[in-house]
Design a protein around this ligand. Sequence first.
Ligand code: NAG
Ligand code: NAG
Ligand code: NAG
Length: 429
Amino acid sequence: MRRVVVTGLGAITPLGVGIRRTWSRLLASECGIVSIADREPVARWRELPSKVAGIIPEGSKDEGKWKASDWLDNGEERRMARFTQYAIAATEMALNDAGWRPQKQEDKEMTGICLGSGIGNLEELYNTSVVYDKAGYKKVSPLFVPQLLINLGAGHVSMKYGLQGPNHAVTTACTTGAHAIGDASRFIAFGDADVMIAGGSESCIHPLALAGFSRSRSLVTAYNDKPSSSSRPFDRDRGGFVIAEGAGVVILEELEHAKARGAEIYAEVRGYGCSGDAHHVTAPRDDGHGAFLAMKRALKNAGVRPKEVDYINAHATSTPLGDAAENSAIQTLMLGEEGFDTASQISVSSTKGAIGHLLGAAGAVEAIFSILAVKDNTIPPTLNLHNLDEKFNCNYTPLVSRQKEVNVSLSNSFGFGGTNASLVFSKYR
Ligand SMILES: *[C@@H]1O[C@H](CO)[C@@H](O)[C@H](O)[C@H]1NC(C)=O
Ligand SMILES: *[C@@H]1O[C@H](CO)[C@@H](O)[C@H](O)[C@H]1NC(C)=O
Ligand SMILES: *[C@@H]1O[C@H](CO)[C@@H](O)[C@H](O)[C@H]1NC(C)=O
């Protein structure tokens, strides 16, 4: 099987535009979660039980903030949904980082994209429904359908860079970003492409989205006045996830291809495993069996023993049930291993304390954090973890980042519908 390495990273997160800015703020224990109570239309936002979100800061590129015109011309901005705009910008950053611009026809044919979103363009769907209800057919924009389709994030990227390799989109709720990277790595391993742009993008911070997630009792409601305390994975006082937006994109490359052009290699994509809970639409099995199977399969695929994993970036979204199930799954995986007598030897963190839950982009952004953990030998912190839930006892890296040699990292992503995926990264040797 051909080996796959990571040669470029790009991200837009509530901590800023750009992966370097995001990573340094994450390691400095900063938080990107803010209040949304004063947004327009105020009546719709104020009535929501959850009034916090991870929002991309608006402003100029030099300050690490988002302005669409820094990345897109007017026509593009009008034609593209916000999640597509983020995907374009994160791709541009990742390609620059990798130093890869396919120009020759054969290079374009061997470069592809696999990028998805969980929800896509809710705002346009909402606005169009409202005007259609009032004024009918003539008010529906010809851009409506292309702005709605989730695969148009990938589609626009492929058109912009002339990519003629696989053009694929994933939509598996909050597992989207991880599945996109895993599937893309297989395209390379199987010879369908030499280079793949892979990741996830999400932008659905709309009162209707929060209303829906609130109705399914998924969102935190107890910290509306203290946004930066609201996402607290594994903490005793956690009470639901914080919705967030952004994008994460990685450049994956066949090893020999990367070496031949002298590319910098961040890490190797070693393993990928998927599973289904086959249990419930939104709730995990208590014992975390689905998560356990995904991790086990990813490690088997990687040829790595559980005890060789130096860091786990947990999916943990700060919900009571989800964090508990994942804690069980991690312990089941590790504690049978020789060399692991106590769970406190296992290094884990959930970066959602700092950025919230980016839904379809979460798995991609968190894969990037797991890659950087390997590259920089640093474990990012779990913010707001002041009182570890008494039932848990792994080392969840509370509050501050930690230096530790990380040869192997594992990133978990789980989604509604009971879909679970894990990715394994290692130092390239
Ligand atoms: C949707 O409608 C609102 C209210 O008129 C407007 O502020 C917003 O820009 C519209 N969004 C899109 C994507 O057209
Ligand atoms: C697998 O994904 C489903 C969907 O969210 C989720 O309910 C469950 O948390 C995951 N499995 C476990 C045990 O964490
Ligand atoms: C990482 O890998 C190196 C080289 O194989 C090895 O010497 C070192 O002990 C490993 N570190 C850990 C924490 O496993």
